[in-house]
Design a protein. Structure first.
Length: 427
């Protein structure tokens, strides 16, 4: 059996094993081969045109044996695709970096948190409630913020006692966990600049957005994290309850959100405002990072993620539109979904921007962000700080200074220009 026939028979076997549609067929082809050719997605299109419904494995093999496209792949000795033996369900590296607290029962958990079991039950909020329940049974306060892209963002702030409990869980369990190297959000030593720096000067930049990231990460995903850390089912359930929240709003407020957002908010999810949520988001998305980093490696791409912002880049000329449904299907498999309205594919001659940072030739501040901040500072100078504090920041002056330092970290000259205006604002 020559190399071409060996490749075809094994590829046919993998294609027969998965669901018969474009996303999964392209995905398995990339995962099970080394150096999968750039026109491989065209082969999958041709296969689906021949067989709209999954045929037998022998039929797939015969189609591949007759394919002129595959024959062309093997005409030359260099860059021939080869079959890679691998597990269809790879296990990501362990999340555990340091020894964790020993908690074998609910009683142990209550003692570790310096609570009675009844107090622990009160904090877990596992009973039925509604928007009109007594304040005694509510552990969160809500803030509504308007998104720049439209719609509303709900911030769920834990009250003081629950926040203290969550801080302990974070500092003694969650902050000790490993994060995937591709994750740059909420990580020590990594940030939005390091995320953007992975994609400087690339021919193609693809960016994708996880829909309602924190709200999409629900009870099963969080419980799975605590189970992977070695805790019992009962303890994992209590820890999950302490770190998740089910929103209760009146009818008028619910109408501010679309049906998909309402569905996510009504189930237990990571509250955007709890100290445990960022670390748990990275832990819950660890396997997603593992899979997308592997996909990027197979395609000779660079991959990184900053919170809900997924970015891949490449210098290889190819029609990269096939990536969106493929990444979308991987996300669905991991329990989340993409916001397809925010998918962007930018070439090098266009403005390539990630999390507000331009990356065409170097990391640089986006001109629109700079102009907006400059206008705010000038208006503060003319009309006073309070006139521009539209979101009610408690420390608005410090907030502005922080934004200026962010600009300065990306473009020193522009940052210093803003700093001069800032120092002219009356206290």
């Amino acid at each position: 059996m020559n190399k071409q026939t060996f490749f075809i028979k094994h590829l046919a076997q993998w294609l027969f094993e998965v669901d018969w549609h474009y996303n999964t067929l392209v995905g398995i082809s990339i995962e099970c081969t080394n150096d999968f050719p750039s026109d491989g997605n065209e082969l999958i299109n041709e296969l689906l045109l021949r067989y709209p419904v999954k045929p037998t494995q022998n039929s797939i093999t015969n189609f591949l044996l007759e394919s002129d496209r595959i024959t062309n792949w093997f005409k030359f000795k260099i860059n021939r695709p080869t079959i890679k033996r691998f597990s269809l369900k790879p296990k990501p590296s362990s999340l555990i970096e340091k020894p964790l607290p020993t908690i074998d029962s609910v009683g142990d958990l209550a003692e570790w948190l310096s609570l009675s079991v009844s107090e622990l039950d009160w904090f877990t909020q596992c009973w039925r409630e509604d928007a009109f329940s007594s304040e005694h049974f509510k552990h969160y306060r809500y803030d509504l913020l308007e998104k720049r892209s439209g719609g509303m963002r709900l911030i769920e702030k834990p009250k003081t006692k629950l926040k203290k409990v969550q801080h302990k869980i974070y500092h003694e369990i969650l902050c000790t966990l490993n994060t995937h190297p591709a994750a740059h959000g909420f990580c020590i030593g990594r940030n939005c600049v390091s995320h953007a720096s992975n994609h400087i000067g690339k021919r193609y930049l693809m960016s994708y957005d996880i829909a309602d990231c924190f709200h999409s990460i629900n009870w099963p995903l969080i419980k799975a994290v605590f189970l992977r850390l070695g805790y019992t089912t009962e303890v994992a359930s209590y820890l999950t309850a302490l770190c998740t929240h089910r929103v209760q709003l009146n009818y008028k407020t619910w109408r501010l959100f679309n049906s998909a957002q309402q569905s996510r908010l009504k189930q237990r999810h990571l509250p955007q405002g709890a100290p445990t949520s960022p670390a748990l988001a990275n832990a819950a998305l660890h396997r997603l990072d593992f899979r997308l980093a592997g996909l990027a490696k197979k395609l000779d791409m660079d991959y990184s993620r900053y919170a809900d912002d997924i970015a891949l880049s490449s210098n290889t000329h190819r029609d990269w539109r096939f990536l969106e449904p493929l990444i979308g299907s991987i996300c669905l498999d991991e329990g989340i979904s993409l916001n397809y309205n925010k998918t962007r594919i930018k070439r090098s001659h266009q403005k390539q921007r990630l999390v507000g940072i331009v990356v065409n030739t170097k990391t640089n501040i986006d001109r629109q962000y700079f102009d907006s901040l400059k206008a705010t500072l000038i208006n503060c100078k003319r009309y006073g700080l309070d006139s521009q504090n539209r979101n009610g920041h408690a420390h608005f002056r410090e907030h502005l200074y922080g934004r200026i330092q962010y600009v300065k970290s990306l473009n020193k000259q522009r940052g210093e220009k803003l700093e001069r205006i800032y120092h002219e604002i009356d206290v």
